[in-house]
Design a protein around this ligand. Structure first.
Ligand code: PMM
Length: 268
């Protein structure tokens, strides 16, 4: 488990033509590597490589397309010495990424989408596994945004995931939990989870939070363009760092790291 004094920055590297937040600007190997090098120069802690868009309503892509997009990028970044996380729900892609050096598997379904994922993680005990709260495919996930007590239900569903993974041989030390901001949640659900992030932390695992440039921030500050949600993202990073989350998953790196350093200095 990568332990750290401060909150880590996981930089998003979407190798997709249609990610909502960066407009697919980093599609293609060369563009992805160039962007990753920028992030490394800015001091990113982890690079999260993803080939499949998860925006609300997104259709799935084939595993062949996903593999062709992400594996060469993961391989190159690992050769450069970066700590690489693979953002996938497919065990086959996660396995291929581990084989070329990825050390973190970021599964937005927390192992639910692919029954082979738990065994893969159990078979690789040095790999960290991010278990995000998820209620089904992006295509129709917003129809599942129904809760009576969102924090309690997300806690319960994450705990069920942990129990199932541990049952299948995964070491609890491998696990990181993520409330899945924006996944089968409306704006108020997202805010309620962020206000109560300590209740997710109380489950006893490191916590990752991903709010970067998401729509609910745009709704609050009146920013239709994802790029204009950067300051709102930074405010949440600052607060999450103060609350001691393990990592934030963000598109920009330097502003987030600066904010985290400030929090660290203020609370030492
Ligand atoms: N959000 C997105 C993709 N992957 N992974 C984790 N663990 N947590 C998140 O909140 C998360 C994720 C969607 O955002 P993007 O399309 O900007 O990458």
């Amino acid at each position: 488990m990568a332990k750290s004094e401060r909150t880590l920055v996981m930089g998003v590297l979407n190798v997709t033509p249609d990610s909502f937040a960066d407009g697919g600007r980093h599609f293609g190997f060369e563009k992805a590597i160039t962007r990753a090098k920028e992030m490394l120069a800015e001091g990113v802690d982890i690079i999260d490589v993803g080939g499949e868009s998860t925006r609300p309503g997104a259709e799935r892509i084939s595993s062949e397309i996903e593999r062709d997009r992400v594996i060469p990028v993961v391989s190159e970044l690992c050769a450069l010495g970066a700590t690489v996380s693979i953002d996938t729900t497919r065990a086959e892609i996660a396995g291929a990424a581990i084989a070329v050096g990825a050390t973190i598997v970021n599964d937005i379904s927390g192992g639910l989408a692919d029954p082979k994922m738990a065994k893969l993680i159990a078979d690789h005990p040095t790999i960290q596994f991010v278990v995000m709260h998820w209620r089904g495919e992006s295509k129709n996930m917003q129809a599942r945004a129904t809760y009576t007590d969102v924090v309690q239900e997300v806690r319960n569903e994450l705990s069920e995931r942990v129990a199932s993974l541990v049952d299948q041989g995964v070491n609890p030390e491998q696990l990181v939990l993520d409330p899945g901001i924006g996944f089968a949640k409306n704006s108020e659900h997202n805010w309620e989870l962020l206000r109560n992030i300590d209740r997710i932390q109380l489950l006893g695992f490191p916590v990752l939070v991903g709010v970067s440039r998401k729509r609910f921030l745009g709704d609050l500050v009146g920013a239709e363009n994802p790029d204009d949600r950067e300051f709102a993202t930074l405010a949440i990073t600052t607060e999450m760092a103060r609350r001691g989350v393990w990592a934030v998953r963000t598109h920009s790196v330097k502003p987030q790291l600066d904010a985290i350093k400030v929090v660290e200095e203020l609370h030492q």
